[in-house]
Ligand binder design. Structure first.
Ligand SMILES: Cc1ncc(COP(=O)(O)O)c(C=O)c1O
Length: 439
């Protein structure tokens, strides 16, 4: 598999003779210090595979969980479990406090307001909530929704469905050679006057590109359109302050942020959420119900129908406590240094091309790449033989894969627990893998 010549990629500098040994090719980049040193907080790293330690470079798919999160979920279920918002007894009140306390922590973590911080199942459900509850009421046949070529399917398919149903147009901002968007194209699209919503990612899960959210939302708001930002790959890895970003909706997912699966978050502007009809209906989201109708609970409960993910919220609350204690600035510094080291060392692998911006400061903690002569799934399998977990596939971004001219890439992504030796192990495995392929 070869990256199409017209594709978005950073050319690999000359590496010396193909098939040379790792030592012969070794780059001069020094390994960064393992500044966070938190690996021991994560019980999963005591596991071994074929006598080798777990080397996990797939945090872009989901993060590992610290003992603090696992223990908090276990202790909530063993000591405080009761349904929320319906019991007067002491145990139920403890459960209420745990659930709504977690909401406050999560809101505080990214400069949000608990009243406009809605718990969902994941970021996919958060985006669908907006597509259904806001989109069906605000997007009509003469309107357009604008998204980008670099989106995860979660930020494409809900808009395709909305536009199909409402007879609206769906248009895409293009990704350039560096894997970035263009303000000029955004301005041109907005100037057409029909764009109701612009939905874009904060950090691309394939290219790694960090999108300048504030510059985008300022333009979008000035044009009278609404913005939705998919923060799934941003919130776990860098300081995010909603009060500085200007997004109308901002969505993310707990399991990538050291929290459990089954919980996502949607933040919205009060005036927009107030005007919206509910997404799902039933228990807990109502103020009152009669045989011929119902009225809605206040925010955020209007958007949380049925028994919510209580234990999951408690776990996410502790996850953001953990991240806050590390300091998101330090988390970003650590992951940026590791990403820079990863980018440098990947250049030792002959035939390897990575996609997205070449500088670690312009990207999140992930790098997607291809190796000439090897399929992405073979790359991941060979990494696995070296005890290294990386992802291979289309990364739920098939339209972007088409722009890249490939069907799949391999992707290595870092988290707070990674250390330079994890990158070294990946490079060793890739170089050994090329030999197996006789490349
Ligand atoms: C940028 C981005 N958006 C959305 C998602 C979907 O996340 P979830 O499956 O938790 O809804 C992902 C997960 O890979 C992602 O990376």
């Amino acid at each position: 598999m070869v990256v199409n010549e017209k594709s978005i990629y950073t050319p690999t500098p000359p590496n010396g003779p193909p098939g040379g040994s790792a030592d012969a090719l070794r780059s001069n980049s020094p390994a960064p210090d393992a500044t966070l040193n938190v690996r021991d907080d994560f019980p999963i790293f005591s596991r071994q595979f074929d006598g080798q330690p777990l080397i996990y470079l797939d945090s872009g798919a989901t993060s590992q969980k610290p003992a603090a999160v696992i223990d908090a979920i276990s202790s909530y279920l063993s000591e405080r479990n009761a349904n929320v918002h319906r019991g007067v007894y002491a145990l139920a009140q403890e459960s209420d406090a745990a659930y709504d306390g977690a909401r406050k922590k999560v809101a505080d973590f990214i400069g949000g307001d608990p009243k406009t911080t809605i718990f969902t199942k994941n970021v996919t459900e958060a985006i669908n909530l907006v597509a259904y509850a806001w989109g069906r009421a605000n997007v009509g046949p003469a309107d357009a929704v604008l998204t980008t070529q670099m989106e995860h399917h979660a930020n494409i398919v809900p808009w395709q469905q909305l536009c199909k149903e409402r007879g609206a147009q769906l248009r895409y901002l293009e990704v350039d050679e560096r894997g970035e968007l263009s303000f000029e194209q955004l301005d041109r699209e907005l100037a057409k006057g029909d764009v109701k919503l612009v939905a874009f990612t904060h950090v691309s899960n394939v290219l790694g590109t960090i999108v300048p959210v504030k510059e985008m939302t300022t333009r979008i708001r000035a044009a009278g359109a609404t913005s939705l930002v998919d923060g799934a790959q941003a919130v776990p890895h860098m300081p995010v302050d909603l009060s500085l970003l200007g997004a109308d909706f901002y969505a993310w997912t707990g399991h990538k942020a050291l929290g459990p699966t089954g919980i996502g978050v949607l933040h919205g502007r009060t005036e927009i959420l107030d005007e919206m009809e509910p997404f799902l209906t039933g228990g807990d989201m109502i103020a009152s119900v009669d045989f011929d109708g119902a009225s809605w609970n206040e925010l955020p409960y209007k958007f949380e129908a049925g028994t919510p993910p209580i234990a999951e919220a408690v776990g996410l609350g502790v996850a953001v406590d953990y991240l806050s204690a590390l300091g998101m600035g330090r988390v970003r510094e650590h992951e940026q240094a590791l990403t820079g080291y990863l980018l440098d060392r990947l250049q030792e692998v002959p035939g390897l091309r990575f996609v997205g911006p070449p500088e670690a400061e312009n990207r999140g903690g992930l790098v997607s790449f291809t190796i000439e002569g090897m399929h992405a799934h073979d790359i991941a399998e060979l990494a696995n033989r070296g005890g290294v977990c990386i992802r291979a596939g289309h990364h739920c971004a098939q339209p972007l894969m088409r722009c890249l001219g490939v069907s799949a890439t391999a992707r290595a992504s870092v988290g707070v627990y990674n250390e330079p030796r994890d990158v070294d192990a990946l490079i060793d495995a890739l170089i050994a893998g090329r030999r197996i392929f006789e490349l």
